[in-house]
Design a protein around this ligand. Structure first.
Ligand code: ATP
Length: 460
């Protein structure tokens, strides 16, 4: 049976959500482009996250550069340690992440000095060939700043957005007259030269992150960690995610970074394979004072703030970090619904399977479709005037080709919450029929009242 995941990938391409990058040149490993509907959905996800974060009184936004001073990545530990264990097949030259390879064989990866795991005893999953020893491979993309391609001018494309927040911590605090606790939110591109990217947009080499670093006093930090866990859970549920598809996996003590007090992965049931169902979608991390203390040390600049007794201290950081692309995939999978036998009443579609993308209306790329029943001039003119009015407020699609049943199904497949038909009665009574995607309930609405009608529908 075809997996839901494969069906969503096919739909995403066919209906203009996601295209493989540079396709006419054979593609480029694990980079994807968002099509006309994809960019709308992704923007809506980003906006929902941004509005949620900025609705907290003590959270402000930031948009820092992709290119930053190279010392930042020394301070953050990325130059020394942002690497994955890599093995090659000596025969077919395929490359694998050793930890992923072990996990797929049901072996817990352990690369500590006393580990009994010997990669050479394993065979290449592609051709059965012998594997090399593990090498550490740094995931940061390098480039040069300025006209001279020398080591002194080497810089990195950021592998995460968080560091831009840490290095602007004091600028933000002082310019906005903020007092701890406060948070800084940022959305932006990140780049990782992943060894084994894949699973569509789940793991890409260029992707987008939505990160929020919350600066808090140590004594209040565990409470903040718990609060953010709950707030993030509520965010997913408010956008229509089913709780049973989310899992909050607390990190074991041996998984935690030495400076971290606690960490949770919010996992989603992506269903890539039977033994690989739940995978990380978001991380919530208690990072102690690690990041600020490192930047203080490497930059030589004081990054402390004053407590009630006027003593200097470094705030503790609780971060929430989610991939916009992974969220996109999770919301698509969550919304994808097949209805066997169909639910339309038109004869041609009676026995077919119908696909409905039950996206939350806030996320749906197209909010309203306008479907004139016929292409006759007077109907088109009426429908076009409705389009002109509604498109001032909503993303609206106008479709007059094909049978009405087919047009409804096209809209259901891309998740449009409301379809509005203009028929010959409209010319008499100035009323249109509005059909709800999920309930199929139809309302007859006066054109003069459409604005108020949709204002109520999209009031969230
Ligand atoms: P993973 O273990 O899956 O590689 P990670 O723990 O390295 O993820 P973080 O560094 O915590 O991920 O990044 C925060 C979020 O950014 C992740 O939860 C994920 O949603 C997203 N993300 C990370 N790497 C990628 C990638 N290569 N492609 C798409 N999204 C990513």
């Amino acid at each position: 049976m075809e997996r839901k995941f494969d069906k969503v990938v096919a739909l995403a391409k066919a209906r203009g959500f996601v295209f493989p990058s540079s396709e006419i040149y054979g593609g480029l490993g694990s980079i994807n482009d968002y099509g006309p509907l994809g960019v709308e959905l992704k923007n809506n996800i980003k906006k929902a996250w941004w509005d949620f974060m900025l609705s907290h009184r003590n959270i402000v936004g930031l948009d820092s550069g992709i290119l930053m001073h190279p010392k930042i990545w020394e301070a953050s530990g990325h130059v020394a340690g942002f690497s994955d264990p890599l093995v090659d097949c000596k025969k077919c030259k395929s490359r694998f992440r050793a930890d992923h390879l072990l996990e797929s064989l049901g072996i817990k990866p352990d690369f500590s000095p006393g580990s009994k795991i010997d990669m050479k005893k394993l065979a290449c999953p592609e051709c059965g060939g012998e594997l090399t020893d593990i090498r550490q491979f740094n995931l940061m993309f390098k480039t040069f700043i300025g006209p001279v391609e020398s080591e002194a001018n080497q810089i990195y494309l950021r592998p995460e957005t968080a560091q831009g927040i840490y290095v602007n911590f004091l600028n933000v605090k002082e310019s906005m007259r903020l007092k701890v606790p406060f948070g800084i939110a940022q959305i932006g591109k990140a780049f990782r030269n992943e060894i084994t990217p894949g699973n569509f947009i789940f793991r890409m080499r260029e992707f987008e992150q939505m990160e929020m670093q919350y600066f808090v006093e140590e004594k209040e930090s565990m409470q903040a960690f718990k609060d953010w866990r709950e707030l993030r859970r509520e965010w997913y549920l408010s956008l229509g995610m089913n709780e049973k598809n989310l899992r909050f996996r607390e990190h074991e003590s041996d998984e935690l970074a030495h400076y971290a007090k606690a960490a949770i992965d919010i996992e989603y049931n992506f269903g890539f394979s039977e033994n690989e169902s739940f995978k990380e979608l978001e991380g919530i991390h208690h990072r102690g004072t690690w990041d600020l203390s490192r930047h203080q040390e490497y930059s030589g600049q004081k990054l402390t703030v004053k407590d009630e007794e006027n003593k200097d201290y470094l705030p503790t950081v609780v971060e929430t970090s989610i991939g916009a692309d992974r969220a996109f995939l999770a919301f698509m999978l969550e919304a994808y619904t097949e209805i066997e036998g169909g639910r339309s009443t038109t004869t041609e579609s009676n026995k077919e399977k119908e696909v409905v993308l039950k996206l939350h209306p806030k996320l749906a790329p197209i909010k309203i479709a306008i479907l004139p029943l016929s292409k006759k001039e007077n109907l088109s003119a009426k429908a076009e005037s409705v389009y002109a009015e509604l498109s001032k407020h909503y993303r609206v699609q106008y479709d007059e080709t094909g049978s009405i049943g087919k047009r409804y199904r096209r809209q259901d497949e891309i998740g449009t919450p409301y379809c509005l038909t203009v028929d010959f009665d409209t010319l008499e009574n100035n009323k249109v029929t509005v059909r709800d995607r999920d309930t199929m309930k139809q309302d007859l609405v006066d054109i003069a009242e459409l604005e108020a009608y949709f204002l109520e529908k999209f009031n969230f």
